[in-house]
Each structure stands twice: as C-alpha cells, then as structure tokens.
Design a protein around this ligand. Structure first.
Ligand SMILES: [Zn+2]
Length: 467
C-alpha cells in the first residue's frame, strides 16, 4: 500500500540546509537526495506557521480558506458585535482552539479522504479521526516549552510518535518539527545550535529510513521534507501599535483585547510572523464603512517612509490591488482567466515586468529568481480573505513589526514577501521529471495523485511528475 510521510521542518532556511548539504553534514538527507530530488519551492503569504500549512494539507492558498494570518480582525463581525467569538483572533494562545472552525468548510483537507492518517504537532486536523491527532492534548505544553525555551524535546517526541504510530493501514503521516523555528526566534536563525538541530533531524531521518526498509515499505513510500517558511535575523523592531499611538490612533490589538469592554477603536494591528502585518482602519469609529484610501493617505505615505516598512498594499474602490514601496507603485487586477499587472511608477518590487495580462505560471517564472518570488499571486490570494487588513504590510530585512508584547524578543523573523521567508527547501525520496518552478501548493496535488485520490473540490497547484 502506498504511503506518504510528510516531515515539515518548520522554519528551515533553504540557504542553511544547502550549506550543510554542501559540507556533507547531513549524510542521510544526502543519501535520500541521491536517489530522489532536491530543489526549492515558493511558500505562501503570510509566510508563517499555520497559514503556510494550508497549501500542504488543503491544496489552497491561505486567503482562499479565509486564514490571512495568525492574528486577524473580521471588520464585518466586529462592527456587528465586538464580543462575538468570530470578531478577532490570535492563534497564539487559547483562541488556537478555533483554528479548524475558522477555515472555510467548502474546502476539504487530505484528512477528509484519509481520516485514518497520523497528525503530529499540527493544527489543521479537520476530517481526521480524533484519536489519530497524536498530540491533541500535549501540543500546547510542548509548543510553549519550545516557544519560550527553544527546547528541542518537541522534535524528539515527534519522531518517536511517528515511528510508534506506524501501521500498514495508515497511508498519510504529517509530522511537524518545531525545534528550528522556535530556537531561531530566540537565538537568530544561523547559530551553531540551530545547525545542530538540522543535524539531529538528519540523524532521526536515518533511523526512520532504516525502520521503513526493515518493514520493506521504503520503496512504496513517498517521503516529503520541506518547510513552511524561511527566517532572517532581526535586529530592529518597529512596533506598529506604538507608531499608530503616536499618530493619535485608538488601536485594537493583542494581547490587550479586553479593552473592547470600555473603548472604541479607529484602527487595529494584527501581526504575523512578525515581519508582516494587517492594519485595519475606519473613519469616525465606524467599522461597517469600506476602507477609503483618500481618508488615510497621509498615514499611508508616512508609513511607507519608515525604514521598517518595505511593501504596503491595499485595494482601490474598483477592487484592484495597489502596491507601494519606496521604489515605486504598481497595480494588480484579477481578470479571472488572467491577471493584469501594471507598473504605475517604476516598480515597487524592482521587477522588470511590463504592463499586460499574464497567467499564474508566467508570473511565477518572471518573479522566481527575484527578491519577491511570486509576490503578485500571493497578494491576490491574501486579499481574497474577508479577514484581510485594509493595509497589508511586509517588512524590510532586519526588521519586524512587534516589540512590546513579544516574549522572548525575536532575533529572527518571517512572514514577509521577501525571498528569505518565501523560499523553502523541498526534498523527495522520488525523482521529479523536468523539475519545474514549484510552489508549496503543488505538493498537495502531487500527494493525492501518488495516493490515487481524486479531489472533490477545485485545488490550486500543479502535479509534479514523480517516479
Ligand atoms: Zn515562527
């Protein structure tokens, strides 16, 4: 029986993995690559844990399933009743329990097809038999331990659970390894102790391979090793909440959400990763009116002049997306069968793309090797979510958007549109024919095909031709 084992090295950097492979420090991974494949893939925006798992488990972009970040505000629900459980969210904390309920139900997860799968330290578990969520009770404890102390215990437990869960009837195993991401935030993402975690992973991978070979199932198993986002070191923190306070804004933000008991707000900041943020704005404290650029023009112009802010995007009244950076301004328009891109003043991404209509693959080709791989498609998809901010911000390298309430203070961040966060490694134990330019959303389709499953809803991404 064919099986897929998905090992998600949360926050693994493509460049560090590549350097360690180059110095022969990852012998088991090298051996898998020899008879398999090694390439890179483009993740999704926001490039952060949770939303960036959606492509792997659902074959969708996070915006399609209404999950535009790890924190969000729903302006419509907030305007009706700020105390509604669907008005605002942070998955960092007790509201994490709403994760599966928040995802649009019209899309299936792979667990809907294979409920007898195994899930380890993963939040998207819709469709899975409850007993197969092997860390449903312990994940909060181990994630907090890892978040605050950088404990690598979480990865040891994950591998142990993976091997113990193995049985011939289970076809899909989704195992998340958080050690690298947690320690990267605490230490910076390129320290010797972080590199040691890549080596420990390699060691565990060797044990897993031996185990599968002993069971004579290695050849029938597709092993996928990838990441949901990269990381880059952060030395400066531009606290968006403090900034908006200095502009006399009344701001709704985590963790001080209890203030809604006695206060009205004219703005909200919801940070993910911490190098991206949604800013929600209103006029005269009324959340039900649509966003208007002209009412906030001064603020937006001031924001784009800040060293921390790289890209700002927003929707104009026609529904087109406007992108601003210190380098220029452009427009994206979704024409359903194609995408119209128009540089208005130079190009905010420094792309050399001329005005015109393009399809998704052309835009991936044209942007793949730039500092902002796939940013046009990624902005289109995030704005599909009704929980998306009026302004979507992406930080400059070295910066993030959260300081006051971030414990421990981040020394490395992710979430932005930059290549350091969007490019992830992809390793399979099978070969890929004519390796194309790959998005992480292509992996889902490839897994379904390998397992002989036909999707019941439209999915994003192409099938990789593996053999
Ligand atoms: Zn992280």
């Amino acid at each position: 029986m064919k099986k897929v084992i998905f090992l998600l090295l949360d926050g693994a950097r493509f460049d560090i993995l590549d350097e360690l492979l180059g110095s022969n420090s990852l012998p088991n991974l090298s051996s898998i690559i020899k008879s398999g494949s090694y390439t890179k893939a483009v993740s999704v925006f926001p490039s952060t844990t949770g939303p960036a798992y959606v492509p792997f488990l659902m074959g969708q972009y996070p915006g399609n399933v209404n999950l535009p970040g790890i924190r969000w505000l729903d302006k419509v629900n907030f305007s009706k009743n700020p105390f509604s459980t669907n008005a605002n969210r942070s998955y960092v904390g007790y509201e994490n329990k709403f994760f599966n309920d928040d995802i649009k139900k019209s899309f299936k997860t792979i667990f809907n097809y294979l409920p007898n799968s195994v899930s380890i330290f993963n939040e998207i578990t819709s469709g899975l038999n409850a007993r197969n969520d092997l860390t449903s009770n312990s994940k909060i404890f181990y994630k907090l331990l890892s978040h605050f102390f950088g404990s690598s215990l979480i990865d040891k437990i994950a591998f142990k659970k993976l091997i113990n869960s193995f049985d011939n009837k289970k076809q899909f195993y989704f195992c998340c390894l958080y050690g690298i991401d947690s320690l990267s935030h605490i230490q910076g993402s390129d320290t010797e102790s972080i590199k040691q975690l890549y080596k420990s992973f390699d060691n565990n991978l060797g044990k897993l391979r031996n185990f599968l070979e002993d069971k004579s199932t290695y050849e029938d198993t597709l092993i996928i090793i990838t990441s949901d986002h990269g990381h880059s070191n952060t030395s400066e923190h531009f606290d968006l909440v403090e900034y908006l306070k200095s502009k006399n804004k009344s701001i709704f933000y985590y963790p001080l959400t209890f203030k809604k008991l006695y206060k009205k707000f004219d703005s909200s900041v919801m940070v993910s990763g911490n190098s991206m943020a949604h800013i929600y704005l209103n006029s005269n404290f009324n959340w039900s009116k649509p966003f208007s650029f002209s009412q906030h023009e001064e603020l937006i112009n001031d924001l784009i002049s800040q060293d921390a802010v790289d890209i700002i995007s927003y929707k104009n009244p026609k529904g087109d997306i406007i992108i601003l950076s210190s380098r220029g301004k452009s427009l994206i328009s979704d024409k359903e069968s194609s995408i119209y891109y128009q540089p208005l003043e130079n190009d905010p991404f420094d792309y050399s793309i001329s005005e015109g209509l393009y399809d998704e693959n052309q835009l991936l080709d044209l942007t793949y090797e730039t500092n902002y791989p796939d940013a046009i498609i990624q902005l289109l998809q995030i704005f599909r979510s009704k929980r998306c901010g009026d302004l979507v911000l992406s930080a400059n390298p070295g910066w993030d958007f959260r300081k006051k309430f971030e414990l421990p203070l981040h020394k490395s961040s992710h979430g932005s549109l930059r290549k350091e966060h969007m490019i992830v490694p992809l390793i399979l134990n099978k070969k890929i024919n004519n390796i194309p330019k790959i998005r992480t959303v292509d992996i889902y389709n490839t897994m379904l095909e390998f397992l002989g499953i036909k999707s019941l809803n439209a999915i994003e991404g192409k099938k990789l031709d593996i053999y």
